[in-house]
Design a protein around this ligand. Structure first.
Ligand code: SF4
Ligand code: SF4
Length: 362
């Protein structure tokens, strides 16, 4: 059964990152999930037939919903008897105060922050309303979190503007105390062609992964986990990757928008909606024809993947990052980099002998 992502602040943020499609939306008012929809959502999640109830809070910038919103979250969760709740939040960290940090610590929230590598690369794209870089403000938020003993993970967006700086970005993140690092290649052309200039090509992503891997080996810190390396290493050890982009389905998540609309993932957006949590339960939606048709489509793989030695690991990649290249079904745009990165790891088998024990996640 899926984990639930709740996009509680709809298409609204206090930053205006250059690559973000939300930047162009009407941001005249903050659209926050209503108390009524939140209550319905928590009840719907608690009804899922699973012992651990995972909720991931995001926006826009989710902290714009306010601390009282999250106090209500934990209050409602506590009312659902028997629920083993696990909360995570993804924030740009610029609005984090000691009150937020203490709240996250007290309620055991896992926190992910968005920092795009070095100050220079971050400030190039992650700008505020005045077009000024937000690095200092974000790192101040990170410091406040750490003061409260909350150790955030980090997501770093890779665009065509910073893709050549993988090694520097990784080193900067590690030097700044991050040990749980994920890189997301920017590829958004399916939903927003105006952002094409930022999209990373397969060959650029291949070189980026190579640069990051080599730097990770140089850094030689067993405690530093880089998702892209971790997932591939896990596979070489016969483990199952956790990340949906290595599973080839979107079944790991359901995303609930601020108005209750349910769809698979932010990358695919509202056109793939399965219904509204105010009208039907998750179980009903997952049994419905819209979900089944969607799930069927995500499992389609082109001929090239059928014959590929990596098919049971790669599964044709992220569903949102597939395009028609003339094969029998839409094909993963970063196919080349998956194959090349796998080959690189195989060729580094001597090095990997000592590094393999570094990875614990499967
Ligand atoms: S579209 Fe991609 S990122 Fe989103 S849930 Fe599906 S596989 Fe994961
Ligand atoms: S590496 Fe390429 S061919 Fe192989 S399964 Fe992945 S997308 Fe398909």
């Amino acid at each position: 059964m899926p984990s639930i992502q709740a996009k509680i602040v709809g298409d609204f943020c206090n930053l205006r990152c250059t690559y973000c499609r939300d930047r162009d939306f009407d941001q005249g008012r903050v659209r926050v999930m209503s108390g009524e929809t939140l209550s319905v959502l928590i009840r719907a999640v608690s009804a899922l037939p699973q012992s651990v109830l995972r909720m991931h809070w995001l926006g826009g910038e989710p902290t714009l919903a306010g601390l009282d919103f999250f106090r209500e979250v934990v209050r409602l969760q506590a009312l659902c008897s028997g629920g083993n709740w696990r909360n995570t939040i993804q924030t740009n960290a610029t609005l984090i105060t000691s009150d937020w940090a203490r709240f996250f610590k007290a309620h055991n929230f896992k926190v992910g922050v968005s920092i795009d590598g070095t100050q220079e690369t971050h400030d190039l794209d992650r700008v505020n309303l005045s077009d000024k870089g937000s690095y200092r403000q974000a790192m101040q938020g990170v410091a406040v979190l750490r003061d409260a003993e909350v150790n955030p993970s980090v997501i770093c967006v890779i665009t065509r503007r910073n893709v050549g700086l993988g090694a520097q970005m990784l080193r900067s993140l590690v030097n700044n105390g991050f040990t749980n690092i994920s890189f997301n290649a920017f590829y958004n052309t399916a939903t927003d062609p105006s952002r094409d200039d930022y999209a990373v090509s397969d060959s650029e992503w291949t070189q980026f992964l190579k640069d990051v891997f080599e730097e990770w080996v140089r850094i030689d810190r067993p405690d530093v986990k880089v998702r892209e390396i971790d997932q591939m290493l896990a596979w070489t050890q016969g483990k199952i990757a956790k990340s949906c982009v290595f599973r080839g389905t979107c079944s790991s998540w359901l995303l609930v928008d601020h108005d209750g609309a349910v769809y698979p993932c932010e990358r695919l957006g509202r056109p793939t909606s399965f219904g509204n949590v105010r009208d039907s339960s998750f179980t009903e939606m997952l049994k419905g024809s819209r979900y089944r048709e969607f799930a069927f489509r995500t499992r389609e793989v082109p001929n090239k993947c059928q014959k590929c030695e990596m098919k049971n690991f790669c599964h044709n990649g992220c569903v949102a990052h597939r395009t028609d290249d003339g094969d029998s079904a839409p094909h993963y745009v970063y196919c080349g980099s998956r194959l090349a990165f796998h080959k690189l790891l195989q060729n580094s088998v001597g090095t990997l002998g000592s590094l393999a024990s570094h990875t614990e996640r499967g």
